[in-house]
Design a protein around this ligand. Structure first.
Ligand code: DAH
Length: 352
């Protein structure tokens, strides 16, 4: 009794029992689901499984009792092997899960990853600080549109069509009558028309010019200031802006005033700050002059007051305009304006 039990050998129940015993050993020895499946195919496979083939031999048995007896034996053995396979499969699954639990378990004693916090851009920080400082002396912050009428951006602040100062602003035009505002000064007119006199406002916001290098960006921020009341004089302008400079830069910051020319102010001044790097002795930042231009300002031109619906006989005022990027760079010691907009978190981290 060798080779293929049940085929040529006149298979009997004994052979079937022997094959089944082998099958049960193989089931117990299967180490994982794949081996177990191979054992199942080997013994119970449809057609030629080692146990299955005993059924084929049944037809050859002439004796009906012997046929029934062998049939029952094969059925019972098949069932036993099949049950053993199911049991073994369940056992292997439990073991696999235990193994997985052991290797993938969460270790709750591990320290957490450090929390990464966002930081504000220096321009935002500076704008907030500017609002806070002017807020202390009664200024409210207001806004105006970035897509502005040519009329508000230029004409009503004393730069009618053909005025040479218009050329100094490399303007992005939207159509014949509208543009991206080149400064925050048009909001002076809007604020006068809305609030009348007296009023004290600052206008932090974006402005646009066709410019791009280490100290000019096509989009930048300015803050406009406007103070209108009866009897406002140049001394109010100076006192206000010196207060601002000492609050924003340093309590002992020094300034000087130089005559200038803007179409919308008369007289016009420029505020210069003693160099934040060399304190006036001369360095590359101040181009060896000892001073840094910080902002333009002046007494609001009577024609501009009139364009804003305010009587220049009764009221006077001062205005100023400052680049926020520049103020932030000087206050926080940033050398290249483009750094402000490159979104490099390593640059943002040390500030604030
Ligand atoms: N609008 C000017 C500019 O963008 C800045 C400026 C200067 C605004 C003097 C003022 C001012 O209100 O009085 O260059």
């Amino acid at each position: 009794m060798t080779a293929e039990p049940g085929r040529d050998t006149g298979a009997d129940g004994q052979d079937a029992h022997r094959v089944a015993a082998e099958a049960l050993d193989a089931v117990r020895a299967a180490a994982d689901a794949a081996q177990l499946e191979a054992v199942r195919a080997l013994y119970l496979g449809r057609g030629d499984g080692r146990l299955t083939v005993f059924r084929r031999g049944l037809g050859k048995l002439a004796d009906a009792d012997a046929r029934r007896a062998l049939g029952q034996t094969v059925n019972t053995l098949t069932e036993r092997v099949s049950d053993a396979i199911d049991e073994r499969r369940a056992e292997l699954e439990v073991a696999a899960r235990a193994q997985q639990d052991a290797t993938e378990a969460l270790d709750l004693t591990w320290p957490p990853r450090p929390l990464r916090r966002g930081r504000l851009n220096p321009v935002t920080l500076a704008a907030r600080e500017i609002r806070r400082i002017f807020g202390q002396i009664g200024y409210i912050a207001v806004a105006g549109p970035e897509v502005e009428y040519d009329r508000y951006n230029f004409t009503l602040v004393n730069q009618p069509p053909g005025h040479p100062a218009r050329d100094a602003h490399d303007t992005f035009y939207v159509d014949d009558s509208r543009l991206l505002r080149t400064h925050t000064s048009p909001v002076q007119i809007r604020s006068m028309l809305v609030r009348g006199a007296p009023q004290r406002v600052i206008v932090p916001g974006k402005a646009y010019r066709r410019d791009y290098d280490a100290s000019h960006l096509p989009m930048f921020h300015q803050v406009e200031g406007l103070c209108i009341d009866e009897g406002i004089a140049v001394s109010d302008l100076k006192g206000t802006l010196e207060f601002f400079v000492r609050s924003f830069f340093a309590a002992d910051a020094r300034v000087r005033w130089r005559p200038h020319n803007f179409p919308f102010t008369e007289p016009s001044l420029e505020l210069e700050l003693a160099c934040v790097s060399c304190d006036g002795s001369g360095c590359t930042l101040c181009k060896h002059s000892g001073w840094l231009e910080l902002l333009g300002c002046g007494m609001v031109h009577p024609a501009v007051l009139r364009n804003g619906g305010i009587d220049p006989e009764r009221y006077s005022g001062f205005a100023f305009g400052m680049g926020i990027e520049r103020a932030a760079m000087l206050a926080y010691d940033i050398s290249d304006m483009r750094l402000l907009y490159e979104n490099d978190v390593r640059f943002l981290r040390p500030v604030s």
